[in-house]
Design a protein. Structure first.
Length: 741
């Protein structure tokens, strides 16, 4: 029995209850602060971003107009071509826009909420096995992953994918704990739902879930195997249900499958969104006909000899060859790798703790199933190794895909730090892992910060100092048991806080910059998605703005101010409230002369059509799909469409009144640019929208047989700066095919 300050007795049970209540209060407060911080990073200023990626925003506007467009995720209101992804994520965005009204923020809201939900699920999963401290560290790591914040503030659907995969992990963990088939099937169905959000990217988690149930379920091996076989059937059935339904629909009754070469969703899933992501667009086995998705090889080679599609394929895609340290390089390191060294050493600690080194009989081996700690090890370890290996060797992906490794990195860092702390209180080599993790992670962060010299000067002392202090106390505790545990704990906590500082700053910068535009990225950026990346001069490469593009939103430089040389696109890209005069004049002319034609306009690619669709809700025909490379139309198709009153006006590249020469390079339908860039003012290798394959011949027929429209009728006057603004003009020519019908 113990006496309180006022002399009244207090028993041990009362003290224990009081301690538990106090810890619960601190845990609850910590969780609420982390969730509030995550919500702030994801939601603040969301209404000022606009439509972010206008390609997918245009699809949402089109999907709102009919159930047909909704089911087939038509890019345009006319149901001509679909977007290059499966439907579930955009169904959710469309439902949000239907409920709240069509705004940029209503489209972005589902991703922002999914990001907060992912933080909470990571906390729950880690806390269940490793305790509240591990759960809180993991939740903080997830909330402060810069690429996750960027994705959560964008209408790319990777945040929804991660949330769905975490729900699947929760279900399979529950199935593994109890040996319940129905929960395993639920988890596999959720992965199938993830497939219908981002196709094969969802399968990066499948090896982890299979290994988890196979090694952890308290069932005979034979039962585990047939349970997994049944789960595989459910996985494939849910995954392929929509794709098979689309492919079985006659092609004349649905949109063309965007970014496929044979009008097939299964081809899209296994090719462009599958194998090509691994082997790259230009490697053997890649479909060279779809090279338009990353810009033509001929264009890139002519303007930049160092360009190589197999190593990334142009701005917005990861450049450089595969390598073991790729996740720490300038392109990817700042996105999701700040805590990766702690996660890897945490993996070692979790793998080494608790294993019995004694001999086992064959009966014991066949009846073996991993306990809760090693179940988490299998889940997060396999997830990290599978996804990490893919991103280390893949030849064709955007940096924002790295959000899929954020959960295992955060979970292993949180669980690993706590496990290493516990090991440090015991004798043995495991006690040295915690100081090693603190120092190694700090060293890697300092090395990555060298690409941002001014930031490195400010952040390095606050990263390295606490890490050294925490490591020193951890070493002292391992060598001398007399060191107070509270002092060691405080020093280690400061070290962990220091490791979270840089990702917190990067996430704050992501919030301050608004959104990631079409290609979200976390941290300091130059012209997001268009090649801006760190350089030795400090901050990001000073990428010049496209001609005529107003600096409506600028990136933060190393001083926290908005430098004159760093630009970002207008918030949200082009939306109803951001139309430029040249675009408005074009639309007014088309609406006045369109007559009864079904489509307002035909353009080479979706990039030329997005803004008009968002602004007007009118059908605009993207003749070659997203980037102009889809073989949708033949010359006969164009003749039929013109004669049948489907489309009258075409906005194409090329010299007025003449067909493009065979060697002419495709150009996106945007304003004229300066020397050394394309017509959008973007560097070589940016996705080009122009005549490719069958569409080239179709466009040649238009330029040869249709009359040109005087530029003064549809183009805005040239501004004082000599630019027509961010609209349609420059080398573009409007053709009227009324006389050819």
């Amino acid at each position: 029995m113990t006496l309180t300050l006022d002399g009244t007795p207090r028993d041990a049970a009362s003290i224990q209850d009081s301690t538990r209540t106090s810890l619960l209060r601190w845990e609850t407060l910590g969780l609420l602060l982390i969730l509030a911080g995550s919500a702030s990073l994801n939601l603040l200023g969301l209404n000022r971003i606009g439509y972010a990626n206008s390609y997918y925003a245009a699809a949402v506007r089109s999907m709102l107009q009919s159930w047909h467009n909704f089911f087939y995720i038509s890019f345009d209101p006319g149901g001509f071509v679909s977007v290059d992804k499966p439907p579930l994520g955009y169904w959710i965005q469309t439902a949000s826009a239907k409920l709240l009204g069509l705004h940029g923020w209503s489209i972005l809201l589902p991703q922002a909420l999914a990001g907060v939900g992912s933080v909470f699920i990571v906390y729950l999963l880690v806390r269940r096995t490793f305790g509240p401290v591990a759960g809180l560290i993991a939740a903080a790591g997830m909330a402060l992953t810069p690429v996750a914040v960027a994705d959560n503030r964008n209408n790319t659907v990777d945040s929804l994918l991660v949330f769905t995969l975490l729900l699947a992990a929760w279900a399979v963990l529950h199935a593994t704990k109890k040996g319940r088939l129905r929960w395993l099937l639920a988890g596999m169905a959720l992965v199938g739902a993830g497939f219908n959000i981002k196709m094969l990217e969802a399968y990066l988690v499948v090896p982890a879930l299979v290994a988890l149930y196979l090694l952890g379920a308290p069932l005979p091996w034979r039962t585990r195997i047939w349970h997994l076989a049944l789960g595989g059937i459910v996985l494939l059935a849910v995954s392929l249900s929509w794709a098979v339904a689309v492919d079985l629909t006659p092609a004349t009754q649905r949109p063309y499958v965007g970014s496929s070469q044979h009008n097939s969703e299964l081809e899209l899933a296994l090719g462009y969104n599958g194998l090509q992501r691994l082997i790259g667009m230009g490697r053997p086995g890649g479909q060279r006909a779809s090279r338009a998705a990353t810009g033509t090889e001929s264009q890139a080679a002519a303007q930049d000899p160092a360009f190589g599609p197999p190593n990334g394929g142009g701005p917005g895609f990861v450049e450089g060859g595969p390598g073991a340290l790729r996740l720490f390089d300038e392109q990817l390191g700042g996105q999701a790798s700040w805590l990766l060294p702690s996660a890897l050493l945490g993996l070692v600690a979790l793998a080494s703790a608790g294993w019995s080194r004694g001999k086992r009989s064959m009966r014991e081996l066949f009846g073996f199933h991993a306990g809760p700690r090693h179940q988490q090890l299998v889940l997060w370890g396999m997830w990290l190794l599978t996804a990490g290996a893919f991103f280390s060797v893949a030849g064709f992906f955007h940096p924002y895909y790295l959000v899929t490794i954020a959960p295992p990195v955060a979970a292993l860092a949180g669980a690993g730090i706590v496990e290493m702390w516990r090991a440090g209180r015991r004798s043995g080599w495991l006690g040295w892992l915690l100081p090693a993790a603190l120092l190694a992670t700090a060293a890697v962060q300092v090395a990555m910060l060298r690409a941002y010299p001014a930031w490195a000067g400010r952040l390095t002392p606050f990263v390295l100092g606490p890490a050294v202090l925490g490591a020193a106390f951890a070493v002292a505790g391992a060598l001398r048991r007399a060191v107070p545990a509270r002092a060691i704990m405080t020093a280690v906590a400061l070290g962990v806080a220091g490791l979270l500082l840089t990702p917190a700053v990067w996430s704050g910068i992501t919030l301050a910059q608004g959104g990631g535009g079409g290609m979200p990225s976390g941290g300091p950026s130059g012209f997001p998605g268009f090649g801006g990346r760190p350089n030795g001069a400090g901050g990001m490469a000073r990428t010049a703005p496209p001609p005529g593009l107003p600096a409506l939103a600028t990136s933060l430089d190393d001083t926290g101010s908005a430098p004159a040389g760093v630009f970002r696109p207008p918030p949200g890209g082009l939306g109803p409230d951001a139309a430029m005069p040249s675009q408005s004049k074009l639309i007014a002319y088309l609406q006045a002369h369109r007559g009864s034609d079904r489509f307002l306009l035909a353009v080479p690619s979706s990039m030329s059509a997005s803004a008009i669709i968002i602004q007007t809700g009118e059908p605009v025909m993207a003749m070659g799909g997203f980037s102009g490379g889809d073989p949708i139309l033949t010359t006969a198709d164009v003749k039929r469409d013109v004669a049948g009153g489907t489309v009258r006006f075409f906005l194409l590249s090329g010299r007025p009144g003449s067909a493009p020469e065979p060697d002419d390079l495709p150009r996106p339908s945007f304003a004229t640019a300066a020397e050394g860039t394309d017509e959008f003012g973007l560097p070589p290798g940016f996705p080009a929208g122009g005549p490719f394959e069958g569409n080239r011949e179709a466009e040649q027929w238009v330029t040869a047989n249709c009359s040109t429209v005087a530029p003064s009728d549809w183009q805005a006057p040239v501004s004082a700066s000599g630019s027509r603004g961010f609209g349609f003009g420059g080398a573009q020519q409007l053709y009227d095919c009324a006389a050819s019908s």
